[in-house]
Design a protein around this ligand. Structure first.
Ligand SMILES: [Zn+2]
Length: 158
């Protein structure tokens, strides 16, 4: 079969099994480092800002995706975010059953383009889009400069 042929039978695909050495170290980049250092040291969640387009990006990025300007300004995202989408995991990535279902959500913030995919600290029955949430950070001394410095997002109780 050539690449021009089509099949819907996955058994017809040819493959080779083996290992390819692929050792890479990815950095978080300039904007990513600023994000993680601010999260670790100050407990802040930063977005980068394009003043030309009046756009704010989360996660922060170095260049505006609309006008390509270099972004050097940062701002804090609002204290409260909103769940845009949820999913509940009952198995881990190997297919093993989890002892407790994990709730994950995409959290967005008013005035910010993008958002954060993270754990939602709610029972599965309470997980829904539209829920107002705020980040729950790990204690300062336990933070390591990773996204896990946020324990998850918990509902805002009024
Ligand atoms: Zn721009």
């Amino acid at each position: 079969m050539t690449f021009l042929d089509r099949t819907t039978d996955a058994r017809r695909f040819r493959h080779w099994e083996g290992n390819v050495e692929a050792d890479y170290i990815y950095t978080s980049g300039v904007a990513g480092e600023r994000f993680f250092v601010a999260l670790r040291d100050e407990g802040r969640i930063l977005a980068s800002r394009c003043t030309s387009c009046d756009l704010n990006y989360l996660p922060p990025r170095m260049f505006c995706e609309d006008c390509f300007a270099e972004l050097t300004e940062y701002l804090d995202v609002p204290k409260t975010g909103q769940v845009a989408a949820v999913t509940v995991a009952y198995e881990d990535r190997t297919g093993a059953k989890l002892s407790h279902p994990q709730v994950w959500g995409f959290v967005i913030f008013k005035g910010i383009r993008g958002g954060l995919l993270h754990r939602l600290l709610v029972p599965p029955a309470r997980a829904r889009a539209g829920l107002a949430v705020r980040p729950k950070l790990r204690p300062r001394e336990a933070r390591t400069g990773t996204i896990a410095d946020i324990d998850g997002f918990e509902p805002v109780r009024f």
